[in-house]
Design a protein around this ligand. Structure first.
Ligand code: NOJ
Ligand code: CA
Length: 699
């Protein structure tokens, strides 16, 4: 697997192994060993460096007092100080020290690959790798490998425990991975939580952060260093949170989400951990453009992807969050045959691909009780066959919905039957939900049991040609590369919170692209037009979180800009369809694509503003989204990303001088102007505002 381009020499064993790697070259290498042995035998080499291809990132690996330690520099600045590595177990001594290096195998990869769908079509996978084989010097002489891959946009490292006589079944009780920050960076984070990512981000100095979910993002005071810590390819392992080491200001360590008995990971050798990732750049813009997480995942495993298609959708959804419809059967029931047909007709007339129905199957009245949800029996006013037939006639897709209430065990028992039903109906989009405590009891949403459950759903869904949109999910770690039917997910404080809590403040949207969305697509569900609920009707308080919120906390044009800024291959137009009728601004939602050939970030300040442009995969058009926090601002944007040989009509959806997120969110101006690549646009954003632009290529 590891074909070396060059080998770092760690004593004589590595030399012999290396010589064996290259068949037919043994004799010259044995001579070389002879020559080098003299210089290596006296002074045992115990450190090595792995550079990024552009040499700006350097990872230093050391054995210090027999313990493995790594550190990271970027553009000559220390980012991560010497930090510990290792694993601890229930019935085994820890694998944290008493090590010697037996071999280092280096490798360089530089390959391009294409996404089935994504922020950009082509991705370059370019890294330098070192596989470091460690062995205990005494006792059982157990083995542990650590693999580093260093890219221009950051690094990943993973532990591998090879198969060995003295290590078979393993109960990992702690991962000793440390991230010792070198500086007291400004930090954006949500506190560690084993159950939910639906919190508002906090902005503190790293020294004030006690724990965090990942991604957690750091910025140096002079804004020359941006770092985000997360993980890639979270497979058959517990999710990682970070906690501050007791008594330390800047040292975080991995804190894995436990099983009910306190064990973190139950596994067997050979095994490897997810990649611990550190994205690094000298600008906030480049952080968003990073492809590190995807590159650290396995290639697409699905052979036929003809059914894997990004889509725009509407749904019977917001009415329930507003409290004007119900999931349960009754007078205000949302998902009725009649309403579904209206939604399907609207979708078909407005370039929307699919319609979601929540509250279509029985069980919602048993919310909170065990085995509540039924995934195959529609409510009596929801005629599944008739709805599907109508949708087919109108060339609109249905997005099915499975709310489990957290009862993964019960869902597991029914999954085949439930997926079979959708398959027989030709349904190939599925939204899932886990809103409630997990069953089996005392399992956490983000522990190994659920990581495996979520994956099983994705793999099973692939066999039934279902594209998945998971709510209350495990965080994204790039699995979409391997299973492109794992399209989008929540895992953030989304639009729904505006229905019943104090809402999401304007700043929230300017943090998500630099934190949660670095990990992967977000089903935020933008597109509310009735921003102050003037048109909602009588609302009913339906949960204890309800703070009687009275608005969305953005201007109307910011809602449009979110379709470009928040990346997702599934984008919902989330308002009641009556609120889109006769709205000129809805044209942007009709037009905006959900699959892109390329993405560029034009300007960014975390928590303040960001402007992103994306090129449509099916045309020469580009789309721009610019958003701001609670402050109004003006951004000058060069259009040099546009095709130099073409002219464009910029269709701009802008705030007016009177727009304001709080009391005056509706004013929006639509302006059309001819532009080309050498123009600069001045983009004025109202407080809590945004701007959305379609650059339509003139044929
Ligand atoms: C929470 C999900 O995020 C939301 O989209 C859904 O409507 C409810 N659960 C009910 O399933
Ligand atoms: Ca949710």
């Amino acid at each position: 697997m590891y074909k070396s381009k060059a080998n770092c020499l760690f004593g004589n064993k590595s030399l012999i192994n290396y010589s064996n790697n290259i068949s037919g070259m043994k004799i010259p290498f044995l001579i070389l060993i002879g020559l080098l042995l003299t210089s290596c035998s006296k002074k045992e080499v115990s450190s090595l460096m792995i550079n990024s291809p552009d040499k700006k990132i350097q990872v230093h690996f050391d054995i210090t007092n027999t313990k493995p330690v790594y550190s990271v520099t970027f553009e000559g600045k220390k980012i991560i100080n010497g930090s510990k590595l290792g694993l601890e177990f229930k019935h085994q001594e820890p694998l944290t020290g008493n090590f010697e290096v037996t071999e280092v195998v280096r490798n360089t990869v530089d390959k391009k690959w294409e996404q089935v769908w994504g922020e950009k079509k082509e991705v370059r996978n370019h890294y330098n790798e070192a596989l470091i084989r460690l062995k205990e010097k005494s006792g059982n002489k157990r083995k542990l490998n650590i693999v580093f891959r260093v890219f221009d946009d950051g690094l990943g490292f993973s532990y591998e425990i090879p198969k060995q006589d003295t290590l078979d079944s393993l109960y990992i009780t702690n991962e000793v991975t440390e991230f010792g920050l070198s500086d007291n960076y400004t930090t954006w984070f949500i506190p560690a939580n084993y159950e939910s990512y639906e919190a508002l981000y906090q902005n503190k100095l790293a020294s004030e952060v006690e724990s965090a979910n990942t991604p957690i993002t750091f910025e140096s005071a002079d804004k020359s260093v941006f770092v985000s810590i997360h993980e890639a390819n979270l497979t058959d392992y517990a999710g990682m949170t970070l906690k501050k080491q007791p008594g330390s200001d800047l040292n975080f360590e991995a804190d894995l989400v436990p099983w009910p008995d306190g064990v973190k990971v139950k596994t067997k050798t050979p095994m490897s951990t997810p990649w611990r990732t550190i994205q690094i750049s000298n600008s906030a813009e480049k952080l968003i453009e990073s492809t590190l997480i995807l590159n650290l995942n396995e290639p697409n495993k699905l052979k036929d992807v003809s059914w894997v298609k990004p889509c725009k959708y509407i749904g019977v959804w917001w009415g329930m969050h507003l409290g004007v419809h119900t999931w349960t059967l009754g007078e205000q029931h949302g998902a009725t045959t009649k309403r579904m047909k209206e939604y399907i007709d609207f979708a078909s007339e407005n370039n929307i691909d699919a319609v979601l129905a929540e509250g279509w199957s029985t069980g919602w009245e048993k919310w909170g009780k065990p085995k509540a949800f039924d995934f195959v029996t529609p409510y009596e006013d929801f005629d599944l066959k008739e709805i599907v037939a109508h949708a087919k006639k109108k060339d609109v897709k249905i997005m099915g919905h499975h709310e489990t209430g957290g009862d993964a065990q019960y869902y597991d028992q029914q999954i085949k039957e439930a997926f079979e039903l959708y398959k027989s109906m030709g349904i190939n989009y599925l939204k899932t939900g886990y809103a409630g405590p997990i069953q089996p009891s005392k399992q956490y949403h983000h522990g190994q049991y659920m990581v495996n459950h979520y994956r099983k759903v994705v793999e099973t869904a692939a066999r039934y040609r279902l594209n998945v949109n998971a709510h209350e999910p495990i965080k994204p770690t790039g699995i979409r590369r391997t299973y492109p039917n794992m399209m989008s997910r929540e895992g953030a404080r989304g639009m729904e919170w505006n229905g019943w809590s104090e809402g999401n403040p304007p700043e929230h949207h300017t943090i998500l692209p630099f934190t949660r969305i670095l990990a992967g697509p977000l089903d935020y569900t933008p597109g509310i037009f009735d921003l102050l609920y003037k048109n909602a009707g009588k609302r009913v308080k339906w949960n204890n979180l309800d703070k009687g919120n009275s608005g969305i906390n953005t201007t109307l044009s910011k809602q449009l800009a979110l379709y470009v800024v928040f990346y997702s291959p599934l984008q919902m137009a989330s308002d009641l369809i009556k609120n889109y009728k006769d709205q000129p601004a809805f044209q942007f939602i009709r037009d905006v694509p959900v699959d892109w050939e390329n993405t560029k970030v034009l300007n960014a300040q975390i928590g303040d503003y960001v402007t992103i442009v994306r090129k449509d995969i099916n045309s020469d058009d580009w789309y721009l989204g610019a958003i701001t926090d609670e402050n109004e601002r003006e951004l000058n944007v060069k259009l040099d990303f546009l095709d130099h040989k073409k002219e464009f009509i910029a269709e701009r959806y802008k705030d007016t001088k009177d727009s304001h997120w709080k009391n005056n969110p509706y004013p929006l101006q639509i302006l059309k102007q001819k532009v080309s690549y050498n123009d600069t646009l001045s983009i004025k954003l109202a407080a809590g505002g945004g701007q959305a632009i379609r650059f339509k290529a003139v044929q």
